[in-house]
Write a protein that binds this ligand. Sequence first.
Ligand SMILES: [Zn+2]
Length: 393
Amino acid sequence: MGDASREIMRKARQRVPEWNAAQVNEALANQHEAGPDDQDFVLVDVREKNEWTEGHIPGAIHVPRGYLELQIEEAVPDKEQKVVLYCAGGVRSLMAGATLQQMGYTDVVSMAGGFGQWKANGFNFVKPRTMSEAQTKRYSRHVLVPEVGEAGQFKLLDSKVLLIGAGGLGSPSAYYLAAAGVGTLGIIDADVVEESNLQRQILHNTSRIGQYKAESAKQTLEQLNPDVKVVTYLERLDETNVSQIIADYDVIVDGTDNFPTRYLLNDAALIQRKPVVHGSVFRFEGQLTIFKPYEGPCYRCLFPEPPPPALAPSCAEAGVLGVLPGIIGLLQATETIKLLLSIGDPLVGRLMTYDALAGEFNELKLFRDPNCPACGEHGHPENLPTYADVCAL
Ligand SMILES: [Zn+2]
């Protein structure tokens, strides 16, 4: 350090009080006891990003010295608030303290000895989770969105979504959820790829005809994004497996075209309080909503009993414009991501409809039925009749 630097340091030391690591540790312990609403001070780490990611004091916020003047007012808007600064050795934080005083902060402290002293004392520190270089590139457009950011991307990577069906709706949903970096995708489908599927089920292709759809989906999705783990279930959802299969997942995307599964899923999801993002398509029309247990209506609030089989055509009988499930499936993926990140206004208690021929979206309010046999006041989702039971009668 030259004479001029020494002089700057001497002056900074006169003006900025210092705490040693033990004092900061004790103050943090008291603060922790007081709870989050009663914070005596804000701890700010002014080191560079690479130093921060190697480990930092728990509860600290990170404002690198180089960005201090630009970012500190957003991080600590109240200039009367006590701010405790630290760096690696106690020099940069002292300088940073002098800068904060010039900016009008009235109660600034620098930690003497810095993070080096902190570690030498054997105090606790944490290593923040970091993205690999490949992930930083892959998810850069997410990280740029404040509502997602790095924390949101980690949330997605830790999330588990179950797709019921790898068909018309499941294909676009799963495709984009995998691209978005949802870390675990479960896919349940017992069918094999047929030529007539390829008009809309874009996870599959001509060379996969005859393969299980769930396995074809796994190949496509893992090629798209190696961060995604795809769990396949080559079976149909039924009373014997439903509760075990859905237990592992945060959100369920329902892309089935049959009523028995809808009722079965509805009741099981209510019991385990799992949100179901429901979509359906018919010729030129599609609709979607979220069934969020006990916060909005469930499927049985709208349709308490399954319809007679003759009134319930499946996709095979009704036909559908190939692009339509693409639109509805992507809206399902969008709603799923909103749920996972807890952002925006999810489609709970609202039915969105799309009429492709008219080029129109509409919305219907849906209400919980207090007499619903599943989620109503006296309802019970266990042992309600499903479609299969009705058929057997
Ligand atoms: Zn209900």
